[in-house]
Design a protein. Structure first.
Length: 90
């Protein structure tokens, strides 16, 4: 799934406003595929975790897919990053 530059910018902008689960899932896809930069599974996992919390079913599948490519330290880092992001939102 490829995103346009506009879609990529919208996904990043949504994080600073009122993101939906789909917005966060889109960020996960961007980071997991390296679109617009390098592949970052920790960052992708973080966004998939958050998207899942917001009810995005597709994010569960994507999170599992990249988990298979990660070690336990990376998964822990992603979970910690998701918790930190949530803490700054409230």
């Amino acid at each position: 799934m490829a995103f346009t530059d506009v879609e990529t910018a919208q996904a990043h902008d949504a994080v600073n406003t009122d993101p939906t689960g789909e917005d966060l899932c889109k960020l996960g896809i961007l980071y997991s595929t390296g679109q617009g930069g390098t592949i970052d599974y920790v960052e992708a996992h973080k966004w998939f975790n958050l998207a899942t919390l917001m009810g995005c079913e597709a994010a569960k599948y994507y999170r599992q897919e990249i988990s298979d490519e990660m070690d336990s330290f990376q998964i822990s880092a992603a979970q910690r990053a998701a918790r930190d992001w949530l803490a700054t939102r409230h």
